[in-house]
Design a protein around this ligand. Structure first.
Ligand code: 5GP
Length: 187
């Protein structure tokens, strides 16, 4: 059994983090992805406890007050947070724990857990990112604009990450991510 490690994966919405993480889980048997809490509404097809724990504002406030979050942040006007207890339990159980969180959350994690490895997933270009966001069809025009603005701000932080992966070819990006996680896990 390998020792547990903490990995943070960030990148603009539409950069393909979700797909890459899904592929990583298929290739790394001891990887485990944290399910975050959020105050945003579920999208069609999203299941409570699987994609997120969907909480109301009061319940989210209570978790902040009781120090239940490893980190939390306001993203696109909604709050998102990583549940501390389960994450620490999974690291102690020897898992390669993956947090798919925004840049604010990533730097909070680095402060608390300096040995965490931070990976940034970059879209091939802003034009391609816009094409993906519009093609996904889950966001209205205003939300797409907001996500594009956030994307630019997030891209400005990429140099502070331990590893930057450009998600141009999905197979290549998957191989690079898997190699990075395995290399860290075997240190
Ligand atoms: P979405 O609403 O598209 O699922 O996620 C929006 C953004 O919130 C993404 O950039 C995602 O990485 C981020 N996010 C999801 N969960 C968390 C979390 O627990 N903490 C933080 N800081 N960001 C999160």
């Amino acid at each position: 059994m390998r020792k547990g490690n903490l990995f943070v994966i960030s990148g603009p919405s539409g950069a393909g983090k979700g797909t890459l993480v899904k592929r990583l889980l298929e290739r790394i048997p001891d990887a485990w992805v944290s399910v975050s809490a959020t105050t945003r509404a579920p999208r069609p097809g999203e299941i409570d406890g699987v994609h997120y724990f969907f909480l109301n504002e009061t319940r989210f406030d209570e978790l902040i007050a009781s120090h239940g979050f490893l980190e939390w942040a306001d993203v696109h006007g909604k709050r998102y947070g990583t549940l501390k207890r389960t994450v620490l339990e999974q690291i102690h159980a020897g898992k390669q724990v993956i947090l798919e969180i925004d840049v604010q959350g990533a730097f909070q994690v680095r402060k608390l857990v300096p040995e965490a490895a931070l990976v940034f997933i970059e879209p091939p270009s802003l034009e391609e990112l816009r094409r993906r966001l519009e093609g996904r069809g889950t966001e209205d025009a205003e939300a797409v604009e907001r996500r594009m603005k956030t994307a630019e701000a997030e891209l400005a932080c990429k140099d502070r990450y331990d590893k930057v992966l450009v998600n141009d070819d999905l197979d290549v990006a998957t191989d690079e991510l898997v190699a990075f996680v395995n290399e860290r896990a075997e240190r």
